[in-house]
Design a protein around this ligand. Sequence first.
Ligand code: NAP
Ligand code: SF4
Length: 674
Amino acid sequence: MNPYPHLLAPLDLGFLRLRNRIVMGAMHTRLETLDRPVERLSAFYVARARGETGLILTGGFAPNLEGRIDADGPVLCGNSRLDEHRTICAAVHREGGHIALQILHTGRYAKLPECVGPSAIRARINRYTPRALSVQDIRRTIDDFALAAALAREAGYDGVEIMGSEGYLINEFTAPVTNHRDDEYGGSLENRCRLAVDIVKAVRRACGDDFLLVYRISSIDLVEGGTTAADTAELARRIENAGANILNTGIGWHESPVPTIAASVPRAAWAFAARRVKEAVSIPVIASNRINNPELAERLLADGTADLVSMARPLLADPEFAKKAREGRADEIAPCIACNQSCLDLIFTERSCSCLVNPRAGHEIEFADAPAERRKRIAVVGAGAAGMAFAIDAAERGHSVSVHEAADELGGQLNLARVVPGKSEFDELLRYFRVRLQRLGVQLTLGKRVEAGQLAAEGFDEIVLATGVRPRVPDLPGIDHPKVVSYVDVLSGRRSVGQRVAIIGAGGIGFDVAEFLLGDADESRSPEKFLRAWSVDPLARSGGLDAGVGKAAGPAARHVHMFQRKRDKLGAGLGKTTGWILKARLQKAGVEMTAGAHYTAIDDAGLHYVVDGMAKVLPVDNVVTCAGQESDRALYDDLVARGLQPRLIGGADVAAELDAARAIEQAVRRAAVI
Ligand code: NAP
Ligand code: SF4
């Protein structure tokens, strides 16, 4: 029986038949900046086509030089070499997939001094002020879109997506806040829509009726002065009349003060915005953002929210998402946990994209995925992220793997992460690891600390130590005082803390602990609560924001004070695309932050410290230490003393700045060659 009848139903557009309703949303990958870019991109898309994705949308290509995202940004124009595109399209078609090229003019977001926009109004996230396009420039830009689409067709793409959302050029024309023109491209709704409509018509004229034309509409701008819901519905109708086949829905501008895809956003929180677009038109509509499993996707299609679902990051995490759903193996789908750590955070810091859960993403050509030449008996000690990832990949290559874990449950540090509000997607990662280990027949021993003697006696071919980390204990008078607790005590629930708390250490874990002590886990689960907390009013004024956006919340239940010794701003090392969310939330909760602190003692009076030469004491009920970690290598030393040569992975190898992304990547790369 088909477990997902709506999701797996083909979509017949007459000239084109998509095999299901799963669309891989366009992503900047920056793979074009690495070595062997065409081979890489080809392998990247082929993996998703082979995984039975219905339609692949490429990352954005600018129709002209001023529309590039930055000086390295990809362009499709008269000078472009089409043979590279042909290679990619042919490879996707050989797998039975369909692929459309996104045409993206970044407008005033271009990191280029020559950037352009409807009016000369600088975006707060760009240092360059755009030049206002003249009417002549606009006509040339429309021609550039049409030419790019015609070239895409010539190269073998099945269609194009015109990027009209996220605050890029076309969206800048449709929104009153960025369009202050008084000619035929500004002012009235009809004039603000004119560029979008003219581009769609020109692309249709250039490419004919049997070429897929997707338009990505900004279904909610999430900026003050953005488009109203009524105007968005009218724009959708005009785009349909101009000749688009499908409307994709974008959520929020890049400069929006509201998170749109991070883990703190509940799943399907933006379904209402897609539904509104669908109600306005009769062509198929794609829902997007925080849809990461087939059950949810099926529900959104079954309840009429949309006709297709866009999943970008979930297809980084598992290129076989669609295939596994069709085969009734949804529980084996590697989940996107919406962390942004190895995708968007890398892209926005000018690195190429991959995935924390699936380090092969973007690096497909580096993995042969060949079965092992000789089946080895491998013992893995430690069932945290590194140990589990290693065990799965080694077992997949045919090795006989046993995992030994001292705790009663799998997961290691992942069990600490999953309890932090906004991080419940880690439960899905644990589910994935658990199911894969079980299906691959990996032998698990839980709740028993394995000794070096036992490992030596069993004569394993390989011993892999993923024994993880221990929290660092700062060397400080009073560190043994009963009010001192470590982050492990707090997050594991072994110790509760009082109303006044000092946190020593402000890395990722210090911030997680603050969020744990102050946050509301329901906010990342209930769309209604989330929208209220971030002042999103679906019915509201322009842009979908109510007047309270960015305003302080009421007093928090606890008083939390975070400290670090460095003089930098606290949180400077947090993820580029998620750190601001955490900092904004903690600021609203009244968390105090002190940099440049020198801790002198902890006693009954509280935490004693010196800052800027002034000695101070903060009266607190508890001091939580989040001062980094040290590798746990006791077993390693024992084994080496017995003449064995264990391999170290994850935190046991290098504790400094260890995170799940690095642990999993190292494990997967080691398992590929063992
Ligand atoms: P971390 O980022 O290295 O931070 C450790 C903190 O402890 C720093 O603020 C450091 O600041 C302080 N510290 C270090 N030695 C100390 C000492 N001897 N006495 C007092 N303070 C000391 O480590 P972490 O917070 O434990 O996180 C571990 C890893 O997990 C990191 O790679 C982190 O990025 C990752 N992680 C990421 C996230 C995320 O949201 N992406 C969440 C959790 C964890 P000073 O030296 O300035 O005092
Ligand atoms: Fe999802 Fe995180 Fe992977 Fe990005 S890095 S695709 S957010 S799991």
